[in-house]
Ligand binder design. Structure first.
Ligand SMILES: Nc1nc2c(ncn2[C@@H]2O[C@@H]3COP(=O)(O)O[C@H]4[C@@H](O)[C@H](n5cnc6c(=O)[nH]c(N)nc65)O[C@@H]4COP(=O)(O)O[C@H]3[C@H]2O)c(=O)[nH]1
Length: 525
């Protein structure tokens, strides 16, 4: 799962990065290419004017262009031989047409420019002008013959602009040729239905020989790199690179983590939290305390149960630090409630080795003293799962703890190592009956007998009995019948985070006070 996540995330990041870079780079490159194409359009147009100028020069050199039959014949011959020049006309000084090679073409005209409306070429030889026609506009190129007359070539060069743009961009663009006054003299426009909308980007090149500029208008989307093969190839490469990087990342993340180093990191980050499960009086349901149960709140939000890390914490010698961390935290947070209800008991699990370790009693006293909570309200649950290596020393420690007011509970009684003699000698004040017997008590008579026996033993030794893992009211009834007075279990509440445990206490105390079972002064007494 981690591997798939790392690969997907890496591919996504690489593609996004590549998209950004490639869009900028290729988009920029596309813009430069279109700019080059506008130069191509202009060069072609200049070449067409050069060609028309050359024809007019030849005609002027040939002889009198005086509208005689011979002169018109010569004009027609040149028009016939050329492809761009559609007609050649002789005009007077003002610009009025005197005669034309093909006089029929005059019918297509929709006006005629006056001489002063024409634009002169840089070398002063030619004048360019727009010839409005019913079918659009033609391009006029005028050359003076003498002080009285001129020759005007009528050009149609739209076709020369058709293939300036690559096929893929033709429907996305316009190519136009305009005079300095903005009048269009030639142009290629795609089919009207697919013409570029008003929102276009313009690329213009201005001629330094003729009063003319070529402009290409394109849709902004056409500049997008996404249509480009280079884009697709780059994105493919980025995807592959992202995948490879993701696999490397996944194997790095999946590398075996030293579990003890991970425990140390979590301890340093205070990721172990005290959850608290309430203990209650079986007959009344009153809350009389709670048991601290460790939880590991991982940075990713996962909540790890204690049996997944307590054994390693015990075997690696980290359990002591962990125990102090969660005990201090619980005492600090629950101090107001514990000072208000002096009968409230908070219990914490202590491993036998920790209990018997150097300085345990002193350390515990310091921790509890710094929280301003009475030692009488702190219960140490020593599990029976692990054997008490040195029973004599354990008995001494328990005695010393008792002298300072702490109580010891023997946990998991009935399923652990210690026999009746341990229970009797250790001097513990509380016996915790394991969930195993609580589960069986409503269906197995022998469980009833064991519980009755433990209750009798506890009375004999002046101990109280707490039953663990109560989930049903029938179990409560059976336990009461056996003489058990206190318990804990999901029937009342699972272990809760400190915040939720405090809320639980508030709600419980409020309803108990409302029912008149407990009054606040009693709690404080
Ligand atoms: N199914 C069911 N379970 C119930 C019910 N009521 C309580 N339990 C669970 O029974 C366990 C009782 O704690 P435990 O016997 O001390 O057993 C504890 C204790 O031995 C150990 N542990 C937990 N926290 C610590 C700690 O801070 N230090 C040490 N040394 N051991 C700890 O881990 C054990 C397991 O703790 P948890 O998983 O919290 O499991 C807890 C509790 O959540 C119920 O009605 N139904």
């Amino acid at each position: 799962m981690l591997r798939v996540g790392a690969v997907v995330a890496s591919v996504g990041i690489f593609l996004a990065g590549a998209d950004f870079a490639v869009t900028a780079l290729i988009g920029d490159q596309t813009a430069r290419q279109i700019n080059e194409l506008s130069k191509v359009a202009l060069r072609r147009s200049e070449a067409a004017i050069d060609s028309a100028g050359a024809i007019l020069n030849r005609l002027v050199a040939k002889g009198p262009m005086d509208c005689s039959a011979g002169a018109l014949q010569a004009l027609r011959l040149h028009v016939y031989q050329g492809t761009i020049v559609k007609d050649i006309r002789t005009v007077d000084r003002e610009g009025s047409v005197l005669c034309a090679a093909y006089s029929e073409t005059l019918e297509f005209d929709n006006g005629w420019a006056r001489r002063e409306e024409m634009f002169q070429s840089a070398d002063g030889q030619l004048r360019l002008f727009r010839v409005p026609q019913f079918t659009g506009a033609a391009f006029g190129v005028l050359r003076d013959i003498d002080g009285q007359r001129s020759l005007a070539a009528i050009l149609r060069i739209d076709g020369n602009l058709l293939d300036v743009m690559p096929v893929g961009l033709r429907t996305q663009s316009d190519v136009t040729l305009t005079l300095p006054n903005g009048e269009q003299v030639a142009g290629y426009h795609p089919d009207a239905s697919s013409r570029p909308p008003a929102q276009t980007v313009a690329f213009t090149t201005v001629s330094d020989r003729y009063p003319l500029q070529a402009t290409i208008h394109v849709r902004p989307q056409s500049l997008s790199a996404r249509q480009d093969m280079a884009y697709l190839l780059t994105m493919l490469a980025a995807g592959v690179l992202g995948g490879v990087f993701g696999l490397l990342l996944a194997s790095y993340l999946n590398r075996p983590v030293d579990p003890v180093a991970e425990l140390d990191r979590a301890l340093a980050a205070h990721e172990f939290k005290p959850y608290v499960q309430p203990t209650f009086r079986l007959k009344t349901g009153d809350i009389i305390g709670g048991e601290i149960l460790a939880r590991w709140e991982k940075p990713d939000g996962r909540l790890i149960p204690p049996m997944s890390f307590i054994p390693l914490a015990e075997s690696s010698g980290r359990i002591e630090k962990l125990t102090w961390q969660i005990l201090k935290s619980a005492l600090r947070e629950l101090q107001p409630e514990m000072r208000q209800d002096k009968l409230f008991k908070l219990s914490v699990n202590i491993t036998p080795r920790h209990l018997l370790g150097d300085g345990f009693v002193d350390d515990l006293r310091k921790v509890v003293a710094s929280s301003s909570v009475s030692t009488r309200q702190v219960v140490l649950e020593v599990t029976e799962r692990e054997e008490l290596a040195d029973l004599n020393k354990a008995t001494d420690v328990v005695k010393e703890l008792g002298e300072f007011g702490f109580r010891i509970a023997l946990d998991d009684v009935g399923i652990g190592h210690s026999g009746l003699s341990t229970i009797q000698r250790l001097g513990a004040r509380i016996l915790k009956i394991d969930k195993f017997f609580v589960d069986a008590i409503t269906r197995d008579q022998s469980a009833v007998v064991v519980v009755q026996m433990l209750v009798a033993l506890a009375r004999e030794l002046d101990m109280s009995v707490v039953a663990e893992g109560i989930e049903q009211q029938e179990q409560v009834d059976a336990l009461i019948a056996c003489g058990v007075e206190e318990g804990q279990g999901y029937l009342v509440s699972p272990p809760l985070s400190l915040d939720r445990f405090k809320q639980f206490l508030d709600v419980h105390n409020a309803s108990a006070a409302a029912e008149g079972r407990i009054s606040k002064p009693e709690l404080a007494a």
